[in-house]
Design a protein around this ligand. Structure first.
Ligand SMILES: NC(=O)c1ccc[n+]([C@@H]2O[C@H](COP(=O)([O-])OP(=O)(O)OC[C@H]3O[C@@H](n4cnc5c(N)ncnc54)[C@H](OP(=O)(O)O)[C@@H]3O)[C@@H](O)[C@H]2O)c1
Length: 245
């Protein structure tokens, strides 16, 4: 197994895309810290599945709006699993905010979870990630970071900030830690999307279908296994959507 003996921390790993990434890393040989906020039962189920794959797992709970709780995730991972080699900043708030819906507390919450928490956690993880072998950070971005939707102002701004931070940290942490991003298009619809909303999005995708969490996880897998000469790179996983707007 390519990542035998490595230790990964995946934020927002209880369900959906984060869970798929955590399981993929376990299949590659990683022990995994499964971070969650509200989804405790789902996180326990993800951790159990990782143990069934023969790897160690621990569940860590933190509200990423709280910088102290966020920072402590790095040390908790090391204490529970013995190190930290791979950090996946996946957790995110995806909430609509049109101009007329602007609220400063909501804006601050989205930026706190989507942009500030990855910085706080990357900083706390850095001393561990820089130990041999080469450490990895992969940030989950969004193609809307480059072409924002006017109905998701805070989300798109947060992902644009995180995209820039990905490049900045790639320079700051070189050469010991490789920092890259994966920018999905439409990978997995929010739980409250109607069939009509899903169809409307599909019309803008050259591949003529939504992607899958596995499509996203395979890009993460490439970055942490086969991409030893890539840092500061952002991979679009979008079925061509970003060239079709
Ligand atoms: N889904 C897509 O098609 C798509 C498209 C483009 C980009 N992306 C990006 O890919 C990543 C995964 O997408 P997803 O749709 O699977 O994400 P998601 O379901 O919207 O959110 C992932 C997790 O983030 C956690 N989270 C939210 N607020 C938090 C807080 N205050 N503190 C700690 N954790 C918090 C939640 O954990 P709990 O459930 O434990 O509370 C949630 O399960 C995200 O970064 C997203 O922006 C996804």
């Amino acid at each position: 197994m390519e990542l035998e003996g490595r230790i990964a921390l995946v934020t927002g790993a209880a369900k959906r895309i984060g869970r798929t990434i955590a399981l993929e890393l376990a299949r590659l040989g990683c022990d995994v810290a499964v971070h969650c906020h509200a989804s405790h039962e789902d996180a326990a189920a993800t951790a159990e599945k990782i143990r069934q794959l023969g790897r160690q797992a621990t569940v860590l709970s933190a509200d990423l709006k709280d910088p102290q709780a966020t920072e402590s995730l790095a040390k908790q991972t090391v204490d529970a699993l013995g190190g930290l080699n791979i950090l996946i900043n996946n957790a995110s708030i995806f909430e609509s905010m049109k101009l007329e819906e602007f609220s400063l507390p909501k804006w601050n919450e989205t930026l706190a979870v989507n942009m500030t928490a990855p910085m706080v956690l990357s900083h706390a993880a850095y001393p561990h990630l820089r130990a041999r072998p080469t450490g990895h950070i992969v940030n989950l971005l969004d193609i809307s970071a480059k072409r924002p939707w006017s109905s998701y102002l805070s989300y798109c701004a947060s992902k644009a900030g995180l995209s820039n931070l990905t490049l900045g940290l790639a320079k700051a942490m070189a050469p010991e830690v490789l920092v890259n991003g994966v920018a999905p298009g439409a990978a997995l619809s929010p739980e409250n999307y109607s069939k009509d909303e899903i169809k409307a999005v599909t019309r803008h995708i050259p591949a003529m279908r939504w992607g899958t969490p596995e499509n996203v996880a395979s890009a993460v897998r490439f970055l942490v296994t086969g991409a030893s000469y890539m840092t500061g790179t952002i991979l679009n996983v979008d079925g061509g959507r970003s060239i079709a707007w």
